[in-house]
Ligand binder design. Structure first.
Ligand code: NAP
Length: 304
């Protein structure tokens, strides 16, 4: 039996793994593919302390993984099918068998939210994208639209100006949600045009994106914008499929915890983007991962 199983290998999971490995807990980190999480989709991280020139998302996560493994963290690629959670028994059912554990830290993160409009699904991968770092280089000297007004949308719109000749940023209100610094950069970037008070209603095209249909929410006017790519950054949904009905969730489906990352089931902790909280950042995920590992260690000590 494991002392601790960590599910998810983003910043929260890898930090929990680092702390647990240093505490000499018998720990296993499970990740569907390979560790890294959503940060891998970020070109440059510039607000994680300690890197004054910024650091690529890939390099930061590679460093976190190597650091945890240097202290003995075992990482396995596993598809998790089911969790059985009770105060007395915790079991992880995977594609390669069942494992029992005395405690669990859940760091499954979140997944980009979809617009749920006509044409979006059909043209995903054919011009509709949720990752500028992955697909931006395909749009050299072309025209793209970015949907959203938060940090992600503005940051990715700025990134896309490296390639695209024009970036239309479509936001449903008349004020951006993004941090002021990002807003200032977007306003100063000549390639970015902001389309206010507007929502997308259809993605148009046969074999690839040709245009997007937009609706002004104040006037009701419908228009068509010819673009080659549609980048959607409208927030995230928690990856809570495994814990629905097992743990307490908030109204948006994020896992609720106390200050020590303890969920509604004793011995089950949650950290990072899956957790109900104010700020989703690498820096907050890392702190929560450390707290969860420490709390799990305490929980195990009190069990014996
Ligand atoms: P977010 O902050 O939730 O923003 C989502 C944006 O999409 C909002 O502007 C929202 O409009 C809009 N939106 C939501 N649903 C929509 C819909 N159906 N149609 C059209 N627009 C829609 O999400 P995020 O920008 O991905 O950020 C998530 C978290 O990560 C935040 O905590 C953010 O601070 C953090 N983050 C930080 C950084 C950084 O620090 N560099 C980078 C990326 C993300 P409204 O404004 O009207 O609600």
């Amino acid at each position: 039996m494991e002392d601790l199983i960590i599910i998810g290998g983003g910043p929260a999971g890898l930090t929990a793994g680092l702390y647990a490995a240093r505490s000499r807990l018998k720990t296993l980190l499970m990740e569907r593919l390979s560790p890294g999480g959503q940060v891998l989709l970020t070109d440059t991280v510039e607000n994680y302390p300690g890197f004054p020139e910024g650091i690529s998302g890939f390099e930061l996560m590679d460093r976190m993984r190597r650091q945890a493994e240097n202290f003995g963290l075992e990482v396995q690629s596993r598809d998790i099918i089911q969790l059985l959670l009770s105060p007395d028994k915790k079991e992880v059912v995977t594609d390669k068998g069942r494992l029992e554990t005395r405690s669990l830290i859940l760091t499954m993160g979140a997944t980009p939210r979809k617009l749920a409009i006509d044409g979006e699904k059909r043209l995903t991968g054919k011009g509709v994208s949720y990752c500028a770092t992955c697909d931006g280089p395909f749009y050299r000297d072309r025209e793209v639209v970015v949907i959203g007004g938060g940090d992600t949308a503005v940051e990715e719109a700025l990134y896309l100006t490296r390639f695209a000749k024009k970036v239309h940023l479509v936001h449903r209100r008349d004020e951006l949600r993004a941090a002021r610094l990002l807003q200032e950069r977007a306003f100063a970037q000549e390639k970015i045009t902001i389309v206010w008070d507007t929502i997308p209603t259809r993605v148009l095209g046969n074999t690839g994106v040709e245009a997007i249909e937009l609706k002004n929410v104040k006037s009701g006017d419908v228009s068509r914008l010819e673009v080659d790519g549609v980048f959607v950054f409208i927030g995230y949904n928690p990856n809570n499929e495994l814990v629905k009905g097992l743990l307490e969730l908030d109204s948006a489906g994020f896992v609720t915890t106390d200050n020590d990352m303890q969920t509604s089931v004793p011995g089950v902790f949650a950290a990072g983007d899956i957790r109900s909280k104010l700020l989703r950042q690498i820096s907050t995920a890392v702190g929560e991962g450390a707290t969860a590992a420490f709390a799990a260690e305490r929980y195990l000590e009190n069990m014996t």
